[in-house]
Design a binder for this molecule. Sequence first.
Ligand SMILES: Nc1ncnc2c1ncn2[C@@H]1O[C@H](COP(=O)(O)OP(=O)(O)O)[C@@H](O)[C@H]1O
Ligand SMILES: [Mg+2]
Length: 357
Amino acid sequence: MFKLALRNLTKTYGDVTAVNQVTLDIQEGEFVSLLGPSGCGKTTTLRMIAGFIAPTDGIIEMDGQVLSSPKAMMPPERRQMSMIFQSYAIWPNMTVAENVGFGLKLRKLPAEEIKRRTADILEVVHMGQLAGRYPAELSGGQQQRVALARSIVVKPSILLLDEPLSNLDANLREEMRFEIRRLHDEFRITTVYVTHDQGEAMVTSDRIAVMNAGRIEQVDDPYTLYNKPRTRFVAGFIGRTNFLEGRRERDAVVFDGFTLHTDAFAGPAGDGSGAVTLSVRPQSMKLHGNAPGNPDGRCVIQGKVVERAYLGEHWDYGIAPNGSGVQLRVTALPIEVHDVGAAVWVEFDPAQVAVIA
Ligand SMILES: Nc1ncnc2c1ncn2[C@@H]1O[C@H](COP(=O)(O)OP(=O)(O)O)[C@@H](O)[C@H]1O
Ligand SMILES: [Mg+2]
């Protein structure tokens, strides 16, 4: 049985389909992100899970029990879920400890237990020293830690987070993603995390569901999602990539100006024309100043450098294969210097290539 199951979940507003036939199963203790651009339906999905919005179609189950369907809705307060928003909204007139203990007080727990559990969770989020402060006396990151502590302390059935870091500055955002994952490793609360930031999703999540225009396009662990994206949208949204459009011919794929001799890109040709699109990451390709000796099943394309930029951590090269209108983006280490106009050989392992549907 799944902790949380979304089955063909759909929400329409007039002619707008905000969420379109979303199906997703989440295990107990799993951390899953909904990742996608603004307007793709992430918040609407999360609010349906929380019970604030009724689905137009489809159902939501928790522990095998129906929470939401077009016919019946369990009210949000009975779902025992905690939700954190972008504007984390901790109460300004309460101290840190009062904010964190408030949910326990509502549940009428004994004062001693409230005190103990509040103190414990504040230690975990490194806010023990600041228990007596008011929100106005805290930085944005500290306020976010209070919001996290407040939602975890009540031991929710499911933790829902909607872009919780987007009001923080860049450095703090990066630190807090690791913090959120650390808290998850400690408490293992089943979590659904909404973000448009792929880095955030990759650091925090066991699995990521990439959404586009109301639909889930792919659900996978971060590694698989990055290395084997199945659609053009997913490949382009999760980091930079090169799309190569070619045509299958027996044991080769023919591109504009070059041919890759490999059967590694076998698979359904889609429309039967043999047309195939490959996604190759810029850092999956290696540049050589001379023809590589024994490529050992690896793909090699000869070309020249047409542009380059030095970005400190790496070079960003634009490579034109000889006789081709294609331009490849290739990243290389700072010590791998090739001048504009120089002949280069681009080498990559077919295993590093994703065939796009
Ligand atoms: N209450 C509403 N009325 C009409 N359209 C809405 C409403 N809520 C959301 N939408 C539309 O549904 C789509 C998905 O919105 P949302 O779930 O907020 O996206 P995200 O959180 O991914 O940015 C958008 O096109 C948005 O304009
Ligand atoms: Mg949103």
